[in-house]
Design a protein around this ligand. Structure first.
Ligand code: FAD
Ligand code: NAI
Length: 482
C-alpha cells in the first residue's frame, strides 16, 4: 500500500511539474533562427483549422514560412454557438497565432491581411489590409495593398456564409461563422430583450422583439437554438421573469427534417427534445426574404406567410470565398467547379504548380468539417517535413512533384459527429469498427464536453473554457450588453 501511495504521489508531483514546465515554456519561448535565403518560402493562407494545423506541425527548419490571414488568431468553431449567449467567453476559444509562431524554431512572418489575388506565373500574391485606424473593416478594394512571393502555397481560406441570394439577409440577419458574428448576436439578443421590457410598447411589438428565429436546421442552427434555449431557461427566467414566458424560439428548415447528415434516430431524438423545450421547428419551409422586422416563408403547401421577429440568425451553410474565384481563374480548364478548388488525392490544386488547398475551400470529396481540415493539415505538414529532409541536399527539389511518388494519398478517417442540442443533452454518431453507434442524452453531453475540452488548441484555451463552465455553474451567464 505504501508503494502504491508513493507511486500516486510521484505521478501527481510529476504531472504538476510537467504542467509548470509547459506553462513556463509557453511564456518564455526560445530564440528563433532568422529566415534562411537558401530555403524555399512556403506561404499559408488562413489561420483556420487547415492552415493552423499545418503551421503547428510543420518543421520550420526546412522552410521560410509566411502566414497571411485577416484574422490573427485561430478560432475553435465547435464552441462558437456557446459564445452567442455567454456560456463561454469569446477569448477562451481564440488562440493568437503569434503564440504558435513564436514557438517555432525559425522565425515565421505574419501579415494580417486578405489575399485578394494570385499571379501563378510569377508566384506572387496580392494582399489587402482591409482595416481602418479604428479597427473597422473597409470595403474590398479600399485597403492598403502589398505583394509577396512564394515557392509553395497552401490555400486554407475556408468558406463564407451562403445566403443563396435571398433578399434582405445581408442587411438584416446575423450569421454564425466568425467571432464577430457571435458578438453581434449576443448584442442584438440583449437589445431585443431590453427593448421588450419597455412599458409603452404594444403587446404585438413585445412579442415580435421576443421572437428569436434560426434559419437552417444543420448542426450550426441546431446548436445555436439549443444554447439560446439554455440561456432562456437558466438566466432570462431569473433576471427578466416578466418577459421569459413570452420568448419564442423558431427554427426554419427547408428540408423535411433537421440534421440531414445525422442518423434517423438522432434526428428524431433532436426533434423530440426541441418539442419538450418548446422550440418550434418548421420543416419543408423555406425563407424567401428577410425584412427589417419580419421575414417571408414559403410554407409546405406553397403559400407564403410573413412572420415578425426580433432576432434572426441565418445558418444555411457556406459557399466559396471570393479569392478562390481568382485562384481558379489562374488554372483554366482544370478548375471548372465554382464551389471551390478541385484538388487531387495529394491535395494539389489541379492545374497548378506548387499550390495545395485544404479544408472548406478545397473540393476533395469530403464534407466541410474541422476534422477534415485538421487531418489534411496534419497529412500535408508531415509529408512536407519528410520530403524536405529527404531532399535537403537538393535545393531545386520540387516537393510538389515528389509528393506523388513518395507519399501515400490523403484518406480521411471520420472520428464521428457530435452536436449539442440544449438542456444539457448532446447527440453523437460515432464510428465503431465497421458500424456506427448513435447516442443522445445527458451522458453524451458529458462526452461532448470532455471531447471538446481535450481537442481545444492549447492548455491555455482548455483552462479558460473549463473555468467559463465553472463560472456559469456558480454565477450564471453574464447578461450585460456590451
Ligand atoms: P476556416 O477554419 O474557416 O479558416 C479559414 C481562414 O482563412 C480564416 O482564418 C480566415 O480568416 C482566413 N481567410 C479568409 N479569407 C482569406 C483570404 N482571402 N486570405 C487569407 N486568409 C483568408 N466542424 C466539425 O468538424 N465539428 C464541429 O463541431 C464543427 N462545429 C462548427 C460550428 C460552427 C458554428 C461553424 C461555423 C462551423 C463548425 N464546423 C465544425 C465546421 C468547421 O469550422 C469548418 O469545417 C472548418 O473551420 C474549416 O476549416 P478551414 O481551415 O478550411 O477554414
Ligand atoms: P448545413 O449546410 O449543414 O445546413 C444548412 C441547412 O439550412 C440545410 O439543412 C438547408 O436545407 C437549410 N436551408 C438552406 N436555405 C434555407 C432557407 N432559405 N430556408 C430554410 N432553410 C434553409 O450548414 P451548417 O449547419 O452551417 O454547417 C456547415 C458545415 O459545418 C457542415 O458541414 C456541418 O456538418 C459543419 N458543422 C458541424 C458541426 C458539428 O459537427 N457539431 C457544428 C456546426 C457545423
Amino acid at each position: 500500500l505504501r508503494k502504491l501511495k508513493r507511486a500516486v504521489y510521484g505521478a501527481a508531483l510529476g504531472s504538476l511539474g510537467y504542467t509548470g514546465w509547459l506553462m513556463y515554456r509557453n511564456r518564455n519561448p526560445a530564440e528563433q533562427k532568422p529566415f534562411d535565403p537558401s530555403k524555399k518560402t512556403l506561404v499559408l493562407l488562413g489561420t483556420g483549422w487547415g492552415s493552423t494545423t499545418v503551421l503547428k506541425n510543420l518543421d520550420t527548419e526546412n522552410f521560410n514560412v509566411v502566414v497571411v490571414s485577416p484574422r490573427n488568431y485561430f478560432l475553435f468553431t465547435p464552441l462558437l454557438p456557446s459564445c452567442t449567449v455567454g456560456t463561454i467567453e469569446n477569448r477562451s476559444i481564440m488562440e493568437p497565432v503569434r503564440l504558435l509562431m513564436r514557438h517555432k524554431s525559425r522565425e515565421v512572418r505574419f501579415y494580417e491581411a486578405e489575399c485578394t489575388d494570385i499571379d501563378a506565373q510569377n508566384k506572387e500574391l496580392t494582399l489587402e489590409r482591409r482595416v481602418d485606424a479604428d479597427g473597422n473593416q473597409v470595403p474590398a478594394g479600399q485597403g492598403e495593398t502589398t505583394k509577396i512571393s512564394y515557392d509553395y502555397l497552401v490555400v486554407g481560406v475556408g468558406g463564407t456564409v451562403n445566403t443563396f441570394g435571398t433578399p434582405g439577409v445581408e442587411q438584416h440577419a446575423c450569421f454564425l461563422k466568425e467571432m464577430g458574428d457571435a458578438r453581434k448576436i449576443r448584442r442584438r439578443l440583449m437589445d431585443s430583450i431590453e427593448s421588450a421590457s419597455f412599458d409603452d410598447i404594444s403587446q404585438a411589438e413585445r412579442d415580435r422583439l421576443l421572437h428569436m428565429v434560426v434559419v437552417g436546421g444543420g448542426p450550426t442552427g441546431i446548436e445555436y437554438a439549443g444554447e439560446l434555449h439554455d440561456f432562456l431557461v437558466d438566466d432570462l427566467t431569473q433576471w427578466y421573469p416578466e418577459l421569459a414566458d413570452r420568448v419564442r424560439i423558431t427554427l426554419v428548415e427547408a428540408l423535411p427534417n433537421v440534421l440531414p447528415a445525422f442518423d434517423k434516430k438522432l434526428i428524431d431524438y433532436t426533434q423530440s427534445t426541441f418539442k419538450e423545450n418548446k422550440i418550434t421547428i418548421l420543416t419543408r419551409t423555406m425563407v424567401k426574404e428577410v425584412k427589417e422586422k419580419s421575414f417571408i416563408v414559403q410554407n409546405p403547401d406553397g403559400s407564403r406567410s410573413e412572420i415578425p421577429y426580433g432576432l434572426l440568425v441565418w445558418a444555411t451553410g457556406i459557399k466559396s470565398q471570393p479569392v478562390v474565384d481568382n485562384i481558379r481563374a489562374q488554372f483554366g480548364a482544370a478548375q471548372s467547379n465554382r464551389r471551390g478548388l478541385l484538388v487531387d488525392e495529394y491535395l494539389r490544386v489541379k492545374g497548378a504548380s506548387g499550390v495545395w488547398a485544404l479544408g472548406d475551400c478545397a473540393l476533395s470529396g469530403y464534407a466541410p468539417l474541422a476534422q477534415v481540415a485538421a487531418q489534411q493539415g496534419k497529412w500535408l505538414s508531415r509529408n512536407l517535413n519528410r520530403l524536405a529532409v529527404q531532399n535537403t541536399d537538393d535545393p531545386k527539389a520540387d516537393l510538389f512533384a515528389l509528393i506523388e511518388k513518395n507519399c501515400r494519398q490523403f484518406k480521411y478517417s471520420s472520428q464521428g459527429s457530435l452536436a449539442y442540442i440544449g438542456s444539457e443533452k448532446a447527440i453523437a454518431d460515432l464510428p465503431f469498427f465497421n458500424r456506427n453507434i448513435t447516442a443522445g442524452g445527458i451522458a453524451t453531453f458529458w462526452f461532448w464536453k470532455s471531447a471538446y475540452l481535450s481537442e481545444l488548441f492549447s492548455l491555455r484555451n482548455a483552462t479558460l473554457v473549463a473555468s467559463d463552465w465553472i463560472k456559469r455553474f456558480f454565477f450564471g451567464r453574464d447578461i450585460s450588453r456590451e
